[in-house]
Design a protein around this ligand. Structure first.
Ligand SMILES: *[C@@H]1O[C@H](CO)[C@@H](O)[C@H](O)[C@H]1NC(C)=O
Ligand SMILES: *[C@@H]1O[C@H](CO)[C@@H](O)[C@H](O)[C@H]1NC(C)=O
Ligand SMILES: *[C@@H]1O[C@H](CO)[C@@H](O)[C@H](O)[C@H]1NC(C)=O
Ligand SMILES: *[C@@H]1O[C@H](CO)[C@@H](O)[C@H](O)[C@H]1NC(C)=O
Ligand SMILES: *[C@@H]1O[C@H](CO)[C@@H](O)[C@H](O)[C@H]1NC(C)=O
Ligand SMILES: *[C@@H]1O[C@H](CO)[C@@H](O)[C@H](O)[C@H]1NC(C)=O
Length: 427
């Protein structure tokens, strides 16, 4: 790979010294590329001189994670853990790096949603993080790998956007966006996502030019361009804001971590419908169910309960289908079902209402059915791209790529609210 070459070339370009004052106070429309893992960006670098840090952009991670040479606690054992072409941040090459192990002890999670039953271990350090044109000093989660990765990831780190809960954990180590905003690096404590996906059934989609020819934009410090184009008043009218909730079940049936993590963007689900038919909600777990906002691979697929999925299978006359791993539309644990491609337009929308507003949000069938081409099939097959969690009735779901297709999803780190708007200019 040419990542290492890129490191060398970028080193000089970004070497201008920048003190702790962030430069550029504007919002940044961070470009996103779709990958099978989720969305990634190539606009981040760390250290002085700057080292490229292509990052996975993750609404459900609590900091800026970076691969480092450290392996089994030792900076000289890198090759025992990482592949030679793994992009990483080498703290020994940065003159602005500050080791923070005296401030924050190393942390270890097992299980975790990065490496599952292998340890996720990190130490802490701070350095200059440049995201687009904004530069600030940020505390980083510095990987200390504890096993050998069998391939290189197509990125060197994770840009986490989890909410920062008051009095829980230490805010100074959390989301790099939050840390930079607190230093004055962004005009607003808001991040906003818009998606320029491809149409599967000829339904109207946002033109890629609206995402500057990217698969999506994660705007840092303001509203997505699709909203700002409307003008202030109309943009504010287009957004419904929902209170963020604390939902501990997330750590048992969704993202299991030990020690537990609870920082998620989450809203309460007050209604779940297929067409006009209301589906039962499971309220036995501390009230109404939760929508967990996550546009990475765990948010792919329409979130439904086991029971509402069965109902949708029935209503669409879907047939069981066994898919090879590469053909599966999402990484959920449920089985898949195929439908008649020519009937998709006649299927019901799947709908949700969230606590705080009466508005019902729709996912149209053209967005929850995927067309795939299995190796052994002579023609494309249409499958329901549904991802279930837990058992029985709806208790929790990950709302991500599939739900977000024709919407804008916003998070306000100061007010602790999740915002939703229909993507302007569709239909
Ligand atoms: C976070 O950690 C820093 C450094 O150890 C410390 O000064 C600060 O008081 C901590 N804040 C909280 C809320 O624990
Ligand atoms: C910080 O310093 C300690 C003690 O020298 C060392 O063990 C650790 O690897 C360093 N951490 C990082 C992230 O470089
Ligand atoms: C849409 O199609 C284009 C061209 O094939 C591709 O580059 C892009 O990654 C696709 N977008 C998504 C979100 O899959
Ligand atoms: C393709 O393979 C899957 C199992 O891998 C099987 O269930 C399916 O029937 C096969 N389809 C055809 C058309 O042979
Ligand atoms: C996956 O689904 C199967 C069948 O529904 C169930 O028995 C199993 O416990 C599930 N596994 C996980 C990890 O949820
Ligand atoms: C409701 O959720 C709880 C907690 O996950 C679970 O134990 C129970 O089986 C669920 N009940 C139904 C009817 O879905």
């Amino acid at each position: 790979m040419d990542f290492l070459l890129a490191l060398g070339l970028l080193g000089g370009a970004f070497a201008a010294p920048a003190p702790c004052t962030p430069i550029d106070r504007g919002a940044f429309d961070m470009p996103l590329q779709w990958t099978p893992y989720g969305f990634a960006t190539n606009t981040i670098s760390v250290g002085t001189p700057a080292q490229s840090m292509d990052s996975f952009v993750d609404w459900t991670w609590i900091g800026q994670y970076v691969f480092t040479p450290r392996c089994h606690g030792d900076l000289s054992r890198t090759s025992e853990c990482l592949q030679p072409d793994q992009m990483l941040f080498d703290q020994r090459e940065s003159r602005t790096f500050v080791n923070q192990s005296h401030l924050y002890p190393d942390r270890h999670w097992n299980p975790n949603h990065f490496y599952f039953h292998d340890d996720l271990s990190i130490g802490f350090g701070s350095d200059m993080l440049r995201v687009g044109n904004t530069k600030s000093r940020v505390t980083l989660q510095m990987a200390d790998m504890r096993f050998k990765l069998d391939s290189a990831y197509p990125f060197g780190g994770v840009y986490g956007l989890s909410p920062v809960f008051a009095g829980y954990d230490n805010a100074s180590t959390q989301s790099p966006f939050y840390q930079t905003w607190r230093q004055g690096g962004y005009p607003e404590p808001i991040t906003s996502f818009q998606y320029c996906y491809n149409s599967t059934f000829g339904n109207p989609v946002p033109d890629r030019s609206r995402c500057n020819d990217n698969d999506g934009l994660q705007t840092l410090g303001g509203l997505s361009p699709a909203l700002t184009e409307l003008g202030d008043t109309e943009a504010q009218e287009a957004i419904l804001w929902y209170d963020n909730i604390f939902f501990p079940l997330v750590n048992d049936v969704d993202f299991e971590y030990d020690p537990p993590l609870y920082n998620y963007w989450a809203t309460r689900v007050t209604k779940h419908l297929i067409g006009d038919e209301e589906q039962t909600l499971n309220k036995t777990y501390g009230g109404n169910p939760a929508a967990i906002w996550d546009h990475a691979s765990y948010g792919r697929g329409l979130p439904m309960s086991v029971n509402s999925y069965h109902r949708l299978i029935h209503l669409t006359e879907a047939q069981p289908i066994i898919l090879d791993e590469v053909d599966k539309p999402n990484n959920g644990n449920q089985s898949f079902a195929s439908v008649d491609c020519s009937r998709v337009d006649s299927f019901p929308s799947v709908k949700f209402q969230f606590e705080g507003h009466d508005h019902v949000w729709e996912v149209i069938p053209q967005n929850y059915v995927d067309r795939i081409s299995p190796a052994n099939a002579s023609e494309p097959v249409c499958v329901l791209n549904v991802r279930t969690l837990a058992d029985g009735d709806f208790v929790i779901g990950n709302f991500g790529d599939t739900f977000a297709k024709d919407k804008v999803v916003l998070f306000d780190f100061e007010e602790m609210k999740v915002g939703l708007a229909d993507m302007p200019g569709l239909n």
